[in-house]
Write a new protein. Sequence first.
Lengths: 551, 181
Amino acid sequence: MEKIICVCGHENPAGTKLCGKCGRPLTEEAKTSKIVDMKYDGAAIRSKTRNKSIIDKIWNFFSSVRVGITLIIINLIAASIGTIFPQEFYISVSTEPEKAAYYEKTYGSLGKLYYELGLSNVYSSWWFQVLVGLLAISIIVASIDRGIPLHKSLKNQRVKRHESFMKRQRIIAEGAVTEGDSANTMNLVEEKMKKLRYKVRRDGNALLAERGRFARYGPYINHVGLIVFLTAVMLRLVPGFYVDESMWIREGEMRAVPGMEGYFIENEKFILETHDNQQTENQELQGVNVVAKNYQTDVKLYKQADNSIPGQADNLELVKEYSVRVNHPLQHDGYAFYQMDFRLNEIKAMNFELTNKETGASLGAVSIDLANPQDEYVINDQTKVELMGYYPDFSGFENGEPQTATPTPNNPAFIFKMVTPDKPEGEISFVAIQQTIEPNGDNTHKMAFNSVETRNMSGLTVHKDSTIPMLAIGGAIFMIGVVIGSYWHHRRLWVEQLEDGTIRLAAHTNKNWFGIKKDLDAVTAFAHLPTYIDQSEDDQDEKEKEGDSTL
Amino acid sequence: MDKKKKRSITRGVILIVLLAAIAYTVYSSATKDKVEVLQVGDKAPDFELVDLYESGLKHRLSDYEGKGIFLNFWGTWCEPCKKEMPAMSNQYASYKDQGVEVLTVNIAQSEFEVKKFIESLDVHFPVAIDKTKSVMTAYNVDLLPATILINPEGEVEKIITGEMNEAQIASYMESIKPEQE
């Protein structure tokens, strides 16, 4: 790649549009256009300078604005497809066949297609992540490619620019001062521009007034914020940064906390409080009976002693006791336990009376703790009930044996052997809810159901997200970039006094030409400068491009 | 020339780093559910559970080093668990003397249920109850039955979810049998 050597002797990298030193237009296009393209101040975009190796080709691909915009659009489309139907994690079924059935049942054949194409889990799909990743690469490469040359050219700005540069700016003026001594003009310009809070530099008979240069960095700052944000999202996948687990725990139970090694949580009590106010008319219309006031789980958090291993439960130390309520999670060591769900009145214990069928006389009460059933319940020397089988969720017989469908006491069933003074050899009875089977013919005794004791179950989620500070920082940087780029403008004014005392002036801003014209009006009046003209005023095309030169 | 080369290298490095980040993201999200879980080749997490029948007997994984461990998770409600148990019992009887230990872990049910269940099946191998589900959590057991084969070096040899037949059980026990001196 050859360098372009400007008439002034400055060496510019290939692709440069305006000489980095004097501002002379270097390309044919720039030479013939009436107003020069001031994007990146005419510096060569890095990717334009060389295009040789495979690395350069990949680099240039990602640097292209067209590729970047295409990626943004593809990302938007992909992300919006994910919102057509609810994503899988919003659906309260867990297994794959259930999910498939859910989508088909709820949304018809379209839903089925949606599920089968994997769109019901778009954001975790590899191709969506690749798309976001490609966009991130595009942002980074394009920023490096444009930001660094722009920074260099802004940093190394010359005060004195060549006539061909000045004349091709949008706002120009040329002519003698309108009033007073032309020898003092430059001083007046400097004084006024300083008052207008411009930074003024002078070099011989030339002057450069500049203001708000940092506004040009807005887009790059904003990109940095975006990248920080995306990095934080990526970090969620790194083990240890992000935990989101849910667990069910019954009153009185202690469970290992998923995702939080070495910790155990015990549910002391679940409390559901409701407002005891009268139903309002609206509530009645909507069929609302009660309004919940409080969902609360009283828990104890335990930690295993150091270098303990799973399964050991005899060396726990209490870390915290807390009442977890909605919006009041138990917090410890970056983890938070949220109250998410509950189930009321699961059977905990069942109370029976050992009863003589004929007389109805009770021989004694038996209470069976379903969490810990015993082999036998002794009433007295001659009377006892042996528990021969317990099936928490009785689902029928198979080969004559009772089966249980789940470990949850939804439909408890028992096989009792009742030993009584009358029948010392014992009578066998199978007892389920509303069902009694006496396999050996008629018994004289029965286990009469008396009452149940229930307990509640709490659904908690365990949450940890170490990426939140980083997400916040990324978001803040992004917003700062947007603000800088939107509310500040980079304005420049070049003035040169020619040898005959006449003034040549040019001005440029990256946006808000109205604003710079106001400044110009002020300085023109103050220093008696020749009237400026806006070269694009009669040129509709140029005007439409106004908002285009942010970068 | 030098400068160009340097720039090429910088660009190459940036691109490689970024592509690696994407690859890592895709890889870890694909394996997300398994990341904190053990995988074949990992060191099997140590644990300690109390024997169902002898409250003084603690089964600690690290105490079995040098033996192959056939670790089986089950529940009384799980039909396939029930089906594979007699075969496990049979094979254990013949592999016991060859340095293979079986430990079956029930998921947080009551002692009564577990004892009745084991007795009704007439199977013979060590049983323990994971009362707080902590071993289950450590081994990330989701579906029952789940069987973890641990070789004599204490590494996970294979993870099997679902029912096994007797021939499979035999071959699994064979695969973790320690080398005979």
